[in-house]
Design a protein around this ligand. Sequence first.
Ligand code: PXP
Length: 239
Amino acid sequence: MEQLRLGINIDHIATLRQARRASQPDPVAAAAIATLAGADGITIHLRGDRRHIQPRDAELLRRTVDTHLNIEVAVSGPALAAVRRLKPDAACLVPERPGEVSTEGGLDLAGVRAEAGRAIRLLRAAGIATTCFIEPEERQIRLAAALGADNVELNTKAYAESRGRRRAAQAARVAAAARLARQLGLGVHAGHGLDYHNVGPIAAIGEVSELNIGHAIVARAALVGLDRAVRDMRSLLRR
Ligand code: PXP
C-alpha cells in the first residue's frame, strides 16, 4: 500500500485576496501554515486568466515551499512556459476553459494528444514530474501512460457529487482506474470535490499515493482556522 500524501490546494486563499485586489490573505503565508499543520505538499493552479494565483505567488512559493510544490497548468499557453521556468516538483496538466467556476472535468487526452505529449516532453526536459488530470477511465489512463506521464490524477468530482449506491459505484470506478494505472507504472493521485465526509473511501484505495484538496479545507479554514482545517483532514487520512 502506498503512503498517502496530502496536497493542499491554496488557490482559494488567493481568490479571497483577489476579491478586493488586496495584499491579504497571502497564499505564501497560507502555505507555511498548511505545511506546519502537516500538509505534505502545496498545490496551486496558475490559470491563464489569473483569477486567483498570480505570478508573484508562484515565484515566492517556489522559493519557500520546501516540501512539494505542484502547479496545475493548461497543456498549452504562456503559463506552461512560466511553469517550466519555475521548476516546481510536479506539474499537473489540466483542462482550462474561460468562464468555468473550477476545473470542470478531466483532460480528454485523445482530443489534446499532441499538445499534452509536447507539454509532457518539455516539462520532463526541465526535470519536472508530470501528472495528467483525467477521468477515471481506461482509455484516458492508457493514453497518459503512452504519452509518458509520470502520474495521473483521477478526477473524483463524479464520486463526490453522487450519493448512496451510486457513490459506492463511483468509488469502485476510481479504485479500478487506480489499479490499472499502477499496473501501467503510473503514480496515482486523486482529487476534486473531496471533503471531510467523503474522503474516506478514496483515501482507502491502496494505489492512491496523493490527494489534492482545496475548497473543503479553505472553507473550513474560514471558520476554524487553516491550522485546524489541515489537521482535521490529516487525521482522516490514517490508513
Ligand atoms: N485537483 C485538480 C486537478 C483541481 O483542478 C482541483 C481544483 O482546483 C483540485 C484537485 C481540488 O479540488 P477541490 O477544490 O474541489 O478540493
